[in-house]
Design a protein around this ligand. Structure first.
Ligand code: SF4
Ligand code: SF4
Length: 243
């Protein structure tokens, strides 16, 4: 990335500091993790990434982080090599001191954005947030999108507007990810849930890219976060493309 120095991470972090929801969602998901910690802070499930320049900023200001090198066993080394190959050159893999030593003011952007990433349509327009589908059975927030605060959504959008203006290469990486996302949902015959930048909730057809505004209650929920219902109405756990 050519213009790494143009981003001031302290200022970026201060503008993207509002919690996802009004409650500590770590208390919602941690009881479902055998290790008793939030899934997004557990290296068994996800490894934080940072922009190279972000890592330079963090390493000069806090001892919270160090490069992640994987474990010592052959399979762990292989897993590290795999992940290293998968991430773009402008990112690096990190590990923190652990959930019980979290210093919120030095969380990476990847911590702050989890479980979301910017959704770009096929015209490369950044229209909102969607989530990482792979964490649907771990992350409580994914099943409770209606509780994501408007301020968090606005800060997310403002942060990535700034990043994309400065680093068009990063925008291209997300555009590529969204191509894969549409292919994935198309294969699953499901629509893509979206927190639109205009404040609405939507479902997007991965084929036509038609955007349908829906009530938050219509968005899919997943086990183990589907509430027990006393009514006979079945809970819709996923929206199909043809809904
Ligand atoms: S963002 Fe998701 S995985 Fe992370 S603490 Fe909140 S509910 Fe758990
Ligand atoms: S810095 Fe905090 S939020 Fe980020 S992975 Fe570590 S414990 Fe989790």
């Amino acid at each position: 990335m050519k213009s790494n120095n143009a981003i001031q991470f302290r200022s970026l972090y201060e503008g993207f500091d509002t919690p996802l929801t009004g409650l500590d969602c770590g208390f919602k998901c941690a009881p479902h993790n055998p290790r008793g910690i939030p899934f997004c802070c557990d290296l068994e499930y996800t490894v934080p990434v940072a922009y190279q320049s972000e890592w330079r900023y963090l390493s000069g200001h806090t001892s919270l982080w160090r490069p992640w090198r994987g474990g010592l066993s052959a399979s762990e080394k292989e897993a590290f090599a795999d992940l290293q190959r998968q991430i773009p050159e402008h990112l690096c893999l990190l590990q923190c001191l652990g959930a019980r030593s979290c210093d919120r003011s030095y969380r990476t952007l990847s911590c702050r954005q989890f479980p979301f990433f910017p959704y770009l349509n096929s015209h490369a327009r950044f229209i909102g947030l969607t989530y990482d589908w792979e964490f649907r059975h771990q992350c409580w927030v994914i099943s409770n999108l209606r509780l994501v605060s408007d301020i968090y959504r606005k800060e997310f959008i403002h942060t990535f507007d700034q990043l994309f203006q400065t680093w068009p290469e990063d925008m291209q990486c997300y555009a590529d990810l969204c191509v894969e996302t549409r292919a994935y949902y198309q294969a699953e015959r499901r629509r893509i849930p979206l927190l639109h930048r205009d404040g609405s909730f939507c479902l997007i057809s991965p084929c036509s890219e038609r955007v349908q505004r829906v009530s938050a209650e219509r968005l899919p929920r997943f086990t183990p976060y589907i509430p027990a219902q006393s009514t006979p109405t079945p809970i819709k756990t996923q929206a199909k493309i043809d809904d």
